[in-house]
Design a protein around this ligand. Structure first.
Ligand code: CP
Ligand code: NVA
Length: 324
């Protein structure tokens, strides 16, 4: 039996595998919106009578709705297992829970605190694990973000610069690798004292050497914003680090995306944010302004989840298998 493929982080995928996931998400967007086509009929209900588990120990709006929606599209019953719903963490270990849940479902979407918990799930699960956010990675967000950039700015035919102004967190860890893999240049501005994870820096270096893209790390948000085709940020205080909120907000002074930074970007720049959004990281005029694509981005989470189920579950990790 071949090893189960799990979706853990974008850096674990080859460039072609990652591009295949983004293309598959685009394919599902197309057929979902054209539901009278033979393609829709062939894909729809492929998992009828099956179940998909969502083990979530943190809150979620987009990831929960998109995963449940994607499971339902394929005919599977999604089961949301929040931290107050199951025995995990109170009466039962991760190991026992993983063995039991995976024996009854087609795949597990898991949103956890520590990356180590995702690794343990992968080790002991008999079905694919789809990392639905941990403290280090958020791969479903990266698939969706690249689909959104593809639609809005056509990265295949334009040389793009993606600029991140914010924390060195789970979202940029996967987004940076994703953008580099698809041929974009990346600039990351974090406050003094906040540096990117060396694992990401090493993975990014390998890609840039191979495909001629570039990545810049700076503490100067203005420098990073110059000529950016995409300006992107996220919360300054991720789930699980609320205890550090006051200190972090001080540290991020000067890192709010506002008109001053936006004026330095390319005149046709797009603003992105994975959501949920807080005022401290972006002003209303940018967040709701003409350059913002945040709600298209949020919708694309559904198609990223469909692509993940299709490749990892329906096609058992064969990225070359056709979608129907
Ligand atoms: N972007 C994202 O993952 O949102 P949720 O936390 O609402 O799932
Ligand atoms: N970095 C944020 C992303 C939320 C979708 C967090 O981990 O809370």
């Amino acid at each position: 039996m071949s090893a189960i493929r799990h979706l853990v982080s974008i850096k674990d995928l080859t460039d072609d595998e990652f591009a295949a996931l983004v293309n598959r998400a685009q394919y599902f967007k197309h057929i979902f919106k054209n539901n009278d086509t033979p393609e829709f009929q062939k894909n729809h209900l492929k998992l009828l009578g099956k179940t998909v588990a969502l083990i979530f120990t943190k809150r979620s709006t987009r990831t929960r709705i998109s995963s449940e929606g994607a499971a339902t599209f394929f005919g599977a019953q999604p089961m949301f297992l929040g931290k107050d719903d199951i025995q995990l963490g109170v009466n039962e270990s991760f190991y026992d829970t993983t063995r039991v849940v995976s024996s009854m479902v087609s795949c597990i979407f898991a949103r956890v605190n520590k990356h180590e918990d995702i690794q343990n799930l992968c080790k002991h699960s008999s079905v694919p694990i789809i990392n639905s956010l941990c403290d280090e990675y958020h791969p479903l967000q990266a698939i969706c973000d690249m689909l959104t950039i593809k639609e809005k700015l056509d990265y295949e035919n334009n040389k793009l610069k993606i600029t991140w102004i914010g924390d060195a967190n789970n979202v940029i860890n996967d987004m940076a690798i994703a953008a580099l893999k698809l041929g974009m240049d990346v600039s990351i501005a974090t406050p003094n004292g906040i540096e990117m994870d060396p694992k990401i820096v090493a993975a990014a270096n390998e890609i840039t050497k191979k495909n001629g893209t570039s990545i810049e790390y700076t503490h100067d948000s203005k420098q990073a914003s110059k000529g950016a085709n995409v300006l992107v940020t996220d919360t300054f205080v991720s789930m699980g680090e609320e205890f550090a909120k006051e200190a972090k907000l001080k540290q991020f002074e000067g890192f709010q995306i506002n008109k001053e930074l936006a004026d330095l970007a390319d005149p046709n720049f797009k603003f992105m944010h994975c959501l949920p959004r807080h005022h401290e990281e972006v002003t209303d005029d940018v967040f709701y302004g003409e350059h913002s694509i945040v709600f298209d981005e949020a919708e694309n989470r559904l198609y990223a989840a469909m692509a993940a189920i299709d490749i990892f579950v329906n096609n058992k990790g064969d990225f070359n298998a056709p979608p129907n």
